[in-house]
Design a protein around this ligand. Structure first.
Ligand SMILES: [Zn+2]
Length: 111
């Protein structure tokens, strides 16, 4: 019996821009109704290594990034979120970063 290997196509690779502001606009780029999200809490070095593995460079002070992939045969979505800091307060920058990257996992992008 032949085994089919799923092909996951990177749909959106987004890093958290250091200068992003509240006035910047989200725009939908994929119709994501269901997605499997994996959150990776990593050090800055691990974040840079993960970015290099997918051919992406990081900012001088990277906060996080996400990779939304779509399986070309099943249409299923998976998303990997890489973050340096864990949330500790309801309104801290780590919580904002987590929400920002999950928005990318739901198919939203920005300039
Ligand atoms: Zn972003």
């Amino acid at each position: 019996m032949r085994r089919t290997i799923p092909i996951w196509w990177p749909l959106l690779i987004a890093s958290l821009p250091f200068g992003a502001g509240a006035a910047d606009i989200w725009k939908p780029v994929a119709d994501v109704r269901e997605v499997t999200v994996r959150v990776h809490w990593v050090s800055v070095g691990e974040l840079r290594a993960a970015a290099r593995r997918i051919g992406k460079r990081t900012d001088a002070k990277p906060l996080g990034f996400s990779v939304l992939r779509r399986n070309t045969s099943t249409g299923r979505f998976e998303c990997d979120v890489y973050l340096v800091d864990r949330p500790t307060r309801l309104r801290d920058s780590a919580t904002a970063s987590l929400g920002h990257e999950v928005a990318h996992c739901l198919g939203f992008s920005h300039e």
